[in-house]
Design a protein around this ligand. Structure first.
Ligand SMILES: [Zn+2]
Length: 81
């Protein structure tokens, strides 16, 4: 008669009730779905920022190739930016 007041596998860890762990899988699937949605949303917002030009690529005036503004000189040809 133990386990009468237990929650239905809310932890997804140790199931002491007797329904074959069906509730377990559902809880875990829900968490996985939430995780996938969160990561996907982060990636999508990053892609949108890139497309909006907020993370713009700096091009060297001498050789025209993309370089980084973190350096005072072009990383490709060495010309001053
Ligand atoms: Zn250059």
């Amino acid at each position: 008669m133990s386990g009468a007041g237990l929650p239905v596998c809310a932890t997804g860890m140790t199931c002491r009730c007797q329904h074959g762990g069906v509730g377990d899988g559902m809880v875990r699937d829900g968490l996985e779905l939430l995780f996938v949605v969160a990561v996907g949303g982060m990636l999508w917002s990053a892609v949108r920022r890139l497309r909006a030009g907020q993370v713009s690529v700096h091009r060297c005036g001498a050789c025209g190739r993309p370089t980084s503004r973190a350096y005072p000189r072009c990383t490709r040809c060495g010309a001053p930016l």
